[in-house]
Design a protein around this ligand. Structure first.
Ligand code: NAP
Ligand code: MG
Length: 498
């Protein structure tokens, strides 16, 4: 195993230590004794081995989480104490921001600048935001009639299973854990098999800052026929929160029927990014690039369908391709890197398959479309790729590629683009670039998607809800809406009649 040795690397000693499962406050091997390898996508080298949890480990974790929920110190803890733990966790992550960023970049491949200044920063903000919620959960009193005193209680749901993907490993853990813990639940978290490392480091800090045993359990391992499935069909898990592919989401829903557990889903997307001729074109070009190439295109809300008004199409494409041509692709650990490797060989194959489909369907490849040669050939790299002259019905416009492949679709009228924007099975996000306020707001209301950006793209804050319409899933994460996902409402009737 090639342990990473690099100047300034804060995690090389940590990488050498065994990576186990967190169950009931202890780091333990998998019951089966099995482990799996996690890779550095920039080099195809093994970073370390990680315990491979499966059903038996999930069962143990659920027992621990149930005990912690029903009778442990967690169940009696004052809400301000819960808040203090979450604030402390945020502080400890912040202190180790560089270390977390390095682990994330090594395991996932994303540029270190993004790990450090996007992912880790938002993780800290998310935990702080939800720490604030601990002391603000309230029921209500209602006036039914004078014979009754009636009130509602907002209660935690119980034991929560959380299954997350590899594109924002630590951030997805924060989006899931923050609100679940703020509301007083206990959790079994399963990170994606490709990116288990930051969740393990997070688990260490969770124990260090003093969360009671069993409140957070972390089971690294696989999804189908293994730990993920054991979570989604477990009879003693009260809710599953899932982020990932729509196909997997359907499996999760089916598996949930045994005990009709609550399910919330954040699935894929194929966002329309619409540029009108009157827009600030330079800003829109930057937005188009962020929209599709941020995180190597492995973003559920990626602006993968770029609609450009015909009258500015040529000018826009010249500016766009010129900028994209200058993007620096390389190892994410290099501070200068703007676009890193994809997560895995499988993803590279999937992306290259779609590039082939685009060519076959007659779209015009204007840049990229190849795997870089030379030093990058050993990593999982794909060049930033743009297809022009795409028709909204083509496969590359309809299916989620989850890679750095942009489909440019020219249009003439607002009516035409409004119709095409919604001609898609997904509805996670969309964007409009224009100086015409009326048009911007009309489209914001018309597009069937959970987030609309006007003259911006990929802007996030823990206060703003995020989630899908249509096949992009259901439930809203972030903001106060996540509190709804992790609590039950109980109505209490007190008879006051004489
Ligand atoms: P995925 O295959 O659906 O995996 C997501 C998670 O589910 C992983 O932890 C995976 O485990 C687990 N899993 C797989 N099969 C399972 C099963 N049958 N039962 C229970 N768990 C199972 O998705 P991915 O390939 O990691 O991520 C890419 C997809 O996620 C894209 O389609 C993207 O659009 C979507 N995504 C959506 C959002 C959002 O916020 N809406 C955010 C990020 C990604 P393994 O790691 O072992 O496969
Ligand atoms: Mg990895």
């Amino acid at each position: 195993m090639a342990v990473v040795q690099q100047q300034g690397l804060l995690c090389s000693e940590w990488l050498k230590k065994p990576k186990k499962l967190l169950i009931d406050g202890n780091w333990v091997d998998a019951e089966s004794g099995k482990t799996f390898e996690t890779y550095n996508p920039a080099t195809d080298e093994v970073l370390t081995k990680v315990a491979e949890g499966s059903k038996a480990d999930v069962d143990k974790a659920v027992r621990a989480a149930r005990k912690a929920f029903e009778s442990g110190p967690w169940s009696k803890m004052a809400t301000h104490e819960r808040a203090r733990l979450l604030y402390r966790l945020a502080d400890e992550i912040e202190k180790r921001a560089d270390e977390f960023a390095q682990i994330e970049t090594l395991d996932n491949g994303k540029p270190i600048k993004e790990s450090r200044w996007v992912d880790v920063v938002q993780v800290v903000e998310t935990f702080r935001y939800y720490a604030g919620w601990c002391t603000k959960l309230e029921g209500e009193t209602t006036n039914v009639n004078s014979n009754f005193f009636t009130y509602t209680l907002r209660e935690p749901i119980g034991v929560i299973g959380q299954i997350i993907p590899w594109n924002f490993p630590l951030l997805m853990a924060a989006w899931k854990l923050g609100p679940a813990l703020a509301c007083g639940n206990t959790v079994i978290l399963k990170p994606a098999e490709q990116t288990p490392l930051t969740a393990i480091r997070l688990g260490e800090l969770i124990m260090e800052v003093g969360f009671p045993a069993g409140v957070v359990n972390i089971i690294t391992g696989f999804g189908a026929n293994s730990a993920g499935e054991a979570i989604s069909n477990h009879m003693d898990i009260d809710k599953v929160a899932f982020t990932g592919e729509d196909k997997t989401g359907k499996e999760i829903v089916k598996a949930s029927t045994g005990n009709l557990k609550r399910v919330s889903l954040e699935l894929g997307g194929k966002a329309p990014n619409i540029v009108f001729a009157d827009a600030d074109l330079d800003a829109a070009v930057k937005g188009a690039i962020t929209g599709i190439f941020f995180n190597q295109g492995q973003v559920c809300c990626a602006g993968s369908r770029l609609f450009i008004e015909n009258s500015v199409h040529d000018e826009f494409m010249t500016k766009l391709t010129e900028r994209v041509g200058k993007m620096r692709q390389g190892n994410g650990m290099d501070e200068k890197t703007q676009i890193g490797p994809q997560i895995s060989k499988e993803q590279v194959e999937r992306i290259m398959h779609y590039v082939g489909e685009g060519k076959k369907d007659g779209a015009k490849l204007v840049c990229g479309g190849e795997r870089p040669q030379g030093e990058l050939a050993k990593g999982y790299f794909v060049q930033p790729t743009i297809f022009d002259g795409v028709n909204n019905d083509m496969k590359i416009a309809q299916e989620e590629i989850f890679g750095p492949v942009l489909s440019v679709i020219p249009f003439n009228t607002m009516e035409e683009v409004a119709e095409q924007a919604n001609k898609i099975q997904f509805g996670l996000s969309g964007a409009v670039w224009t100086r015409d306020l009326k048009r911007a707001h009309k489209l914001a209301s018309h597009i069937k998607a959970g987030t609309i950006w006007i003259n911006c793209f990929n802007v996030f804050d823990p206060q703003m809800p995020f989630g899908g319409y249509k096949m992009s899933g259901y439930g809203r994460e972030l903001g106060k809406h996540s509190i709804e996902l992790y609590t039950n409402i109980k109505s209490v009737w007190v008879n006051l009649a004489d």
